[in-house]
Ligand binder design. Structure first.
Ligand code: CA
Ligand code: CA
Length: 355
């Protein structure tokens, strides 16, 4: 990928790599990939990344009956009980990457994102996209369970549990859009899952349809598949950690790292779900909210440090302080919150002692 603009938010010196995961998936989905060729991989190498300054969103909501509503950005905190997003906002636009006839996946853990308790009822899928001109894409959304066995420690998409019907998304003009697709039937889950977004048609280069990411490279969070022979590409794997099965004949193949080096993204896709969680149990309303002010931020880290190291006042709710959810309050909760707040790693969960 080529950078059109690099700021301090991006680590431009990292070595990009991918890991690819061949996974079994339904014949139905397989049939949708009519035209995937290695040519797409060649084209994706010319993708460019540009900084999004002052992002301003318009929402496109496509209801289950196919009707479409355009509105100024929806306040997700009131429109949906849980917007299960793990990203930290729109930072980069990745252009010339989306070609069509391809699928994107994002790991979802609504308990981490929102607190509360299962079951989680998924009502909508969100994908933040940018276009330069009016555009129309035919898409479908899907839900998979999580395969934790293929790569230990790295959740990857598993068995498909829901595939919505094809629908059109009409972008009325150039801009940054929060595309919201209502599921045909709300889906109830009791564990983390993957949400998928399938571009069933081809893009027109004139649209400059761009993906949008934040600036935190997190592995095993965002995947793309455009070629069933390559399998899923981890868009956040810039570290060469995982062995790649990308063909050694490919120009992207790196024989030193045994991985491919052309496809690393600077952050996570803004692809997520919204829906409703069961009400929280016990006192924990906001996981990680150690000082119980209703917000999850650096103030909670300050509170935790004061409590652990100086014996200052105890938390109102132990289960909010217990950010890593292991039912004890100790320094590991501070470490967990620092990783979350400053590095964008996984969000806190509510402890389950009910105290
Ligand atoms: Ca707080
Ligand atoms: Ca803990």
């Amino acid at each position: 990928m080529q950078k059109a603009e690099v700021t301090s938010f991006a680590n431009s010196s990292h070595s990009s790599s991918i890991h690819s995961v061949i996974l079994g998936f339904g014949a139905l989905l397989l049939a949708l990939f009519c035209c995937a060729t290695v040519t797409q991989a060649d084209q994706k190498r010319s993708a460019t990344v540009t900084r999004i300054t002052n992002p301003s969103f318009t929402s496109i909501k496509v209801a289950s009956d196919g009707s479409q509503t355009i509105s100024p950005s929806i306040d997700l905190t009131t429109a949906f009980q849980c917007a299960s997003r793990h990203d930290s906002g729109a930072v980069w636009a990745v252009s010339n990457w989306v070609l069509g006839n391809e699928l994107y996946k994002s790991y979802q853990d609504p308990i981490e994102a929102c607190g509360g308790a299962y079951p989680y009822t998924i009502t909508d899928v969100h994908f933040v996209l940018q276009v330069a001109t009016p555009a129309t894409m035919t898409i479908a959304v899907d839900i998979e369970d999580v395969d934790l066995d293929f790569l230990p420690g790295c959740p990857v998409p598993g068995t498909m549990t829901y595939l919505g019907g094809l629908t059109d998304v009409v972008f009325p003009s150039g801009g940054l859009y929060d595309v919201i697709i209502e599921l045909d039937t709300p889906q109830v889950v009791n564990a983390p899952f993957f949400v998928g977004f399938f571009f069933a048609s081809l893009t027109d280069p004139a649209w400059n349809l761009s993906l949008v990411t934040d600036s935190f490279q997190v592995e095993c969070a965002s995947f793309n598949i455009w070629d069933t022979a390559i399998g899923y590409v981890d868009l956040g794997d810039n570290l060469g950690v995982h062995q790649s099965i990308y063909p050694s004949s490919d120009p992207c193949y790196n024989s030193v790292t045994n991985s491919a080096t052309c496809f690393g993204f600077d952050g996570r896709l803004l692809l997520y779900t919204s829906g409703t969680l069961s009400e929280s149990t016990g006192c924990c309303l906001v996981a990680g909210d150690a000082n119980h002010d209703g917000k999850k931020n650096i103030g909670d880290i300050t509170f935790m440090i004061a409590r652990i190291f100086t014996g200052s006042s105890p938390p109102v709710c132990n289960d909010e302080f217990d950010a890593n959810g292991d039912n004890s309050i100790d320094i590991s909760d501070i470490t967990f919150m620092i990783a979350h707040i400053f590095q964008g790693l996984r969000g806190p969960v509510c402890g389950t002692t009910g105290l």
